[in-house]
Design a protein around this ligand. Structure first.
Ligand code: ADP
Ligand code: MG
Length: 404
């Protein structure tokens, strides 16, 4: 084999047998072609071929590539040469946004998406005290540790797996010095941290720490679940589901969408980067099958790449007498549709998302999410639950069924 070719272990979920099948994928950089064979039998699965839509930038560990309408997950390097060549581009780091800064996650996502770093995984999770102490075990015995553990368990944290050349250094640079008072003014800790302990953010110190930290938060990275991962902060009740679709996520709209959701007065109580395969995407959108002309395109868009699932709930403190969408004061006896919607999170959030078609949304509801972030009916930037009785079901689908 020409030593310039790259080799990967590629996994494909076989719908028929319900099993994951592993292949060796060879990537030919010069011709941008791929070849697939079964590693044990050496049986050819796909002879050297060009793949529609495949870009050299799709070739990294963790990537999902679609070959012959099948989604392959590039699970690991296939040989030492590939590892040597690509390891620096595949560098990973672990980032954490502490409870008091979770409300700033829109800004954090927007800033990350301006860099070369990819958001490989994200979860809004609750830590137990034991998990917080374990996470900072290098500081065992230090006087600030009890306060730090209390801080980390005071609410959900946002954990992120970031990937890209120089990931550890870039994220450390973005958060700045441990002490917000010493940090450069444009860094996240300087902007949002309040004290040396309550500095708002964590970033791995080394590549080795990064791998340990990533594995403790995202055990599904190796698709085994032998570790105790922090549990999702999703409530799974009185909620509705929002999915930031692959195209919108890829285009860097996640941060601005999240900011708009918070500004409208909603709470984000769960967050997870998820990947739909074809079966799951059609199952999730089944209610639209035969109802919407765009059904097939919607399914294709949903499985086109990673997306971000959000659990939307009412904030704990609602402002009485205010329109829940605009936060404008409501007059006595006002029977606007939001007053009705205020009873039901699914309907209220659907009003913020706006009409299915962004063109229509821009005319009728210019402040809705689809008006601001959508492109067309299929790439309309976000999905939200349509029927009140489906809110919990869709959230369970994203936060429980997708994890299996
Ligand atoms: P960093 O998070 O910048 O890598 P360390 O790994 O040294 O810093 O410490 C982990 C966390 O412990 C810090 O982010 C901070 O919250 C807390 N911490 C560290 N040193 C001190 C200190 N001297 N006083 C108070 N809190 C501290
Ligand atoms: Mg550290």
């Amino acid at each position: 084999m020409d030593c310039k070719n790259l080799a990967f272990e590629a996994e494909w979920y076989d719908e028929e047998s319900g099993l994951n099948r592993t292949f060796t994928m060879i990537y030919f950089p010069e011709s941008n072609q791929v070849q697939l064979f079964e590693p044990r039998t050496n049986k050819m699965f796909l002879k050297k071929s060009s793949v529609d839509g495949l870009k050299p930038s799709d070739i990294y560990v963790g990537s999902e590539v679609t070959i012959l309408a099948r989604q392959f997950w590039l699970k690991a390097f296939g040989d030492d040469y590939t590892r040597r060549v690509l390891e620096c581009k595949n560098e990973q780091t672990f980032a954490m946004v502490h409870p008091d800064c979770v409300r700033k996650m829109g800004t954090v996502f927007a800033e990350i998406q301006k860099t070369n770093l990819r958001i490989r995984a994200a979860t809004l999770a609750k830590l137990t005290e034991a998990q917080a102490l374990e996470f900072y075990r290098e500081h065992t015995g230090k006087p600030f540790l009890p306060a730090l553990a209390q801080y980390l368990t005071s609410g959900p944290v946002l954990a992120l797996q970031l990937q890209g050349e120089g990931a550890v250094r870039i994220w450390r640079g973005m958060i700045g010095d441990t002490d917000p008072a010493e940090a450069q003014p444009d860094t996240l800790r300087a902007r949002f941290g309040t004290s040396k302990t309550q500095n708002g953010f964590h970033g791995s110190d080394t590549k080795e720490d990064a791998m340990r930290e990533i594995n403790s938060f995202f055990p599904e990275n190796d698709r085994t679940d032998h570790r105790v991962a922090p549990i999702t902060s999703a409530h799974l009740k009185d909620c509705t589901c929002c999915i930031v679709k692959p195209q919108a996520f890829l285009d860097g709209k996640l941060g601005p969408i999240i900011d708009s959701i918070f500004e409208a007065g909603f709470n984000i109580s769960g967050l997870e980067v998820i990947r739909f395969n074809r079966v799951k995407a059609s199952e999730f959108h089944e209610v639209y099958n035969g109802v919407l002309y765009e059904f097939a395109d919607m399914v294709a868009q949903l499985q086109a790449g990673p997306c971000v699932a959000l659990e939307i709930t009412w904030p704990r403190t609602l402002m009485p007498g205010r329109d829940l969408i605009t936060q404008e004061p409501m007059s006595e006896g006002d029977n606007s549709k939001f007053k009705h919607a205020s009873q039901d999170i699914v309907l209220a959030f659907r009003a913020l998302v706006g009409p299915f078609d962004p063109e229509l949304a821009r005319k009728l509801r210019p402040n809705s999410l689809r008006a601001k972030f959508g492109e067309d009916k299929v790439r309309n930037s976000v999905h939200c639950t349509d029927l009140p009785e489906d809110g919990v079901l869709e959230v369970e689908y994203c936060f429980q069924i997708m994890r299996r």
